[in-house]
Write a protein that binds this ligand. Structure first.
Ligand code: PAP
Length: 336
């Protein structure tokens, strides 16, 4: 790690690049980032070097299987929550009998579901067996922040399922802003919030442009609803039962009447994965992930419209205006 990014998690840093990626970086458009030193434009999206390396290696080597489930999010859009929900959903029969303690009670969701770019950053040539088996014994379950255009061909070409969750940009931005301050306290890596909002609206943030990312999956879900399930954080918050059941139908593991009504499994999963439940577990209050991030960094407020205590009206309007322009004519809009 260089001094300037000493406090960043490895996946946002710029150490450990292979010669191939370093060469490639010299020919890509580059700009100064916030939270990271620089981002590089690859296939239309701005990535820090480590995510660039993870994405390119994943594109080359990841072989999706028809039974795989891939969760896709922008950062701070519900990744931790959806990892927990889908893990609990697809493994529900394994852990329901309570013979075993549920893994979510003792593991942070990020430890149970592999992040593809992170795996391929660390293992450029492929997925080690223990990474695959740690995700789940029957259905392999991974997550990624990759844009739709950047997904490996085997994900697009196989029958594997993609669950996409996005969040209204003001809450997402504010969540990332606080996360960034917690992790990247170095002066070089933080900027005034006005500048960060401007960069965000211009598309310059990790994995941005935010709106292009959302629209890529929105359009894919409209074209092929059996392949891409599109849901928002706000929808999940407001009607978790409805959307968890829809997700189960989409993934081919619908709840039976008995599971839902007699065993109460839908409610049990929602309760287990709720902000209140997960954020109060010892592992999520005091634990650390292998990459060094404290698990409590993934639990802050967990609310809709929590942005109000951080953004001024004029900054909120700047984001709203950008949203309107970017989403105009797409058929999709955020509720708030
Ligand atoms: P990641 O992409 O870095 O993994 P992610 O989990 O998407 O982060 O985002 C964290 C946000 O989800 C936090 O939002 P906040 O900053 O506005 O509070 C966090 O509080 C929220 N979050 C985490 N777990 C849950 C949950 N179980 N239910 C609802 N929100 C959650």
């Amino acid at each position: 790690m260089t001094n300037s990014n000493a406090s960043l998690p490895v996946y946002l840093g710029d150490e450990g690049m292979t010669e191939e990626i370093k060469d490639m970086m010299t020919s890509l458009p580059r700009q100064k980032g916030w939270m990271v030193n620089h981002t590089y434009q690859f296939q239309g999206f701005w990535l820090p070097p480590s995510l660039l390396q993870g994405t390119i290696n994943c594109q080359k080597h990841f072989q999706a299987q028809d039974s795989d489930v891939i969760l896709v999010t922008n950062p701070k859009s519900g990744t931790t929550w959806l990892k927990a929900l889908i893990f609990a959903l697809i493994n529900r029969n394994k852990f329901h009998d309570c013979q075993h303690q549920h893994p979510l009670l003792t593991h942070n969701p990020h430890s149970l579901v592999s992040f593809l770019e992170g795996v391929y950053y660390n293992y450029p040539h492929g997925l080690p067996d223990d990474v695959v088996s740690s995700s789940s014994s029957c259905t392999r379950f991974f997550n990624t922040h990759m844009a739709h255009v950047s997904l490996p061909d085997s994900i697009k070409g196989s029958s594997c399922k993609i669950v996409y969750c996005c969040r209204n940009p003001k809450d997402m931005f504010v969540s990332l802003w606080h996360f960034g301050h917690k992790l990247a306290s170095q002066e070089t890596l933080v900027c005034p919030i006005e500048e960060a909002v401007k960069l965000f609206c211009e598309g310059s943030f990790i994995g941005g442009p935010f709106w292009d990312h959302v629209l890529g999956y929105w359009e894919a879900s409209q074209k092929n609803p059996d392949k891409v399930f599109f849901v928002t954080y706000e929808e999940m918050k407001e009607r978790p039962r409805t959307h968890l059941k829809r997700m189960a139908d989409f993934l081919g593991c619908s709840f039976t009447k008995e599971e839902e009504e007699e065993k109460g499994m839908v409610d049990e999963i929602i309760r287990l994965c709720s902000f209140e439940s997960l954020s109060n577990l010892e592992v999520n209050r005091k634990g650390k992930l292998p990459n060094g991030i404290e698990t409590n960094a993934f639990f802050r407020k967990g609310q809709i419209e929590g942005w109000r205590d951080t953004l001024t009206d004029s900054l909120a309007e700047e984001i709203d205006r950008t949203s309107e322009q970017k989403l105009h004519g797409s058929g999709f809009k955020f509720q708030c």
